[in-house]
Ligand binder design. Structure first.
Ligand SMILES: C[S@@+](CC[C@H](N)C(=O)[O-])C[C@H]1O[C@@H](n2cnc3c(N)ncnc32)[C@H](O)[C@@H]1O
Ligand SMILES: [Zn+2]
Length: 381
């Protein structure tokens, strides 16, 4: 049995028990905790309609269409959403939801294996402008067909829920799935995202494509990577130049990124731990994030807007963040407000911003010692 709910401004038919602690998988998968991630998708895809003329979306692992039907209803400019899932009962719910919202003419259903579906769309001239890959667990098996099917200049969005792998619990598995070593540390979610982009980038360059990450999300067990995909040698070159290593010093907390792995910390000389190869370029595009903000004014976009506004600030800021709870504990101080620490660090002449990847995270080019000075003065002021 299905019940009707509203997500964003879309009516969705979802399984009974949809709000129980474990999301239902029968007759179709639906997770209400991912509503914010779908708000963000709507918002970023709106930006893609203006910035890349996006009109056609392929939701390649759609389940009952929570993302795809929302796109058909809530993203002006989208003319066609193709929903695909192996589960026919999910597609039946999607068909009825499309009808409920009056968007049946924009929604086409497919019951194919994900890559079979994407490959069938992959002829030049008929490729979708937006391709979404939202699997159970790792997206690694779908990166080739996802990248091959998206139109030149279009957007590929990818979910990963194998967070323990990306965050360092199973390094060998990360190497196998994402071609790079992870790192357990205070900013392991950013390392995870960088590994995910690293894998997307390396599959892309093999196919003669380049990627530009435009928006990145990490919430609890859930990561999403949005990349513009472009064809050509220059794009491949730009992409390969952004693959490198991340070095972290456990003794003093310093970290740095570079094209080659380095052995020891340039601040204290201790041995570095090294992650990668992974993506060392930007995780956000100011143009995309600003446009997404401008086009997401509804009340229900409040939480998405908050993350997008922080993301605007973090463009061009140093890679990796410091977790203030962690550093305040080390400094034996109470954990200060991130905005206050950002203000103090800027006053001291450093680059600083909050990060949308962690509510207590700070990006800065200050050294750990200088960060502790800022935390101490926040505690005293
Ligand atoms: C995490 S759910 C998708 C959730 C959905 N995108 C949303 O926003 O609610 C993954 C879906 O992939 C489908 N699936 C798993 N393997 C597949 C495959 N190889 N090809 C097509 N569909 C597949 C499952 O039936 C399931 O509905
Ligand atoms: Zn050090």
């Amino acid at each position: 049995m299905a019940v009707e709910i509203v997500e964003g401004r879309t009516r969705l038919l979802v399984p009974e028990g949809w709000d129980s602690p474990v999301p239902p998988k029968e007759p179709a998968f639906y997770n209400p905790n991912s509503a914010l991630a779908r708000d963000l998708s709507v918002s970023i895809y709106r930006a893609a309609t203006e910035l890349a003329g996006a009109k056609r979306m392929a939701d390649s692992l759609s389940s009952l269409g929570a993302r795809g039907i929302r796109v058909a209803v809530e993203v002006d400019g989208i003319e066609l959403v193709m929903l695909n899932d192996l589960n026919p009962r999910a597609l039946e719910l999607a068909r009825r939801s499309a009808e409920l919202n009056g968007v049946s003419d924009k929604v086409k259903l497919f019951n194919l294996e994900c890559c079979e579906f994407l490959d069938s769309l992959g002829k030049p001239g008929s490729r979708p402008d937006i391709v979404d890959i939202d699997p159970f667990g790792s997206p690694a098996p779908y990166l080739d067909c996802g990248l091959r099917s998206v139109r030149n200049g279009g957007l590929l969005s990818v979910t990963a829920t194998d967070t323990p792998v990306l965050c360092g619990n199973y390094p060998r598995l990360a190497l196998a799935r994402y071609y790079g070593l992870p790192l357990r540390c205070e900013y392991m979610h950013e390392v995870g995202l960088r590994l995910l982009y690293g894998a997307i980038a390396r599959v892309a360059t093999r196919l003669g494509l380049g990627i530009e990450p435009v928006y990145s999300q990490s919430v609890r067990h859930y990561m999403r990577a949005y990349s513009v995909v472009r064809k050509g040698r220059a794009e491949v070159g730009r992409t390969i130049d952004r693959i490198g290593y991340l070095m972290h010093c456990d003794s003093c907390g310093f970290r740095e990124l570079g094209p080659e792995p380095l052995a020891s910390c340039r601040l204290c000389g201790s041995k570095y731990r090294v992650a990668g190869p992974l993506w060392i370029g930007e995780l956000f595009s100011a143009e995309y994030v600003k446009k997404a903000l401008e086009l997401s004014v509804e009340d229900y976009m409040r939480r998405a807007r908050k993350l997008l506004s922080i993301a605007v600030e973090e463009v061009g800021k140093p890679a990796t963040y410091f977790d203030l709870d962690n550093w305040a504990r080390k400094a034996r101080r109470s954990s200060p407000s991130p905005s206050r620490v950002v203000e103090l660090l800027r006053g001291m002449g450093f680059l600083a911003s909050r990060t949308s990847l962690n509510p207590k995270g700070i990006r800065t080019n200050a050294t750990p010692r200088e960060l502790i000075r800022a935390i101490s003065s926040a505690d005293e002021s």
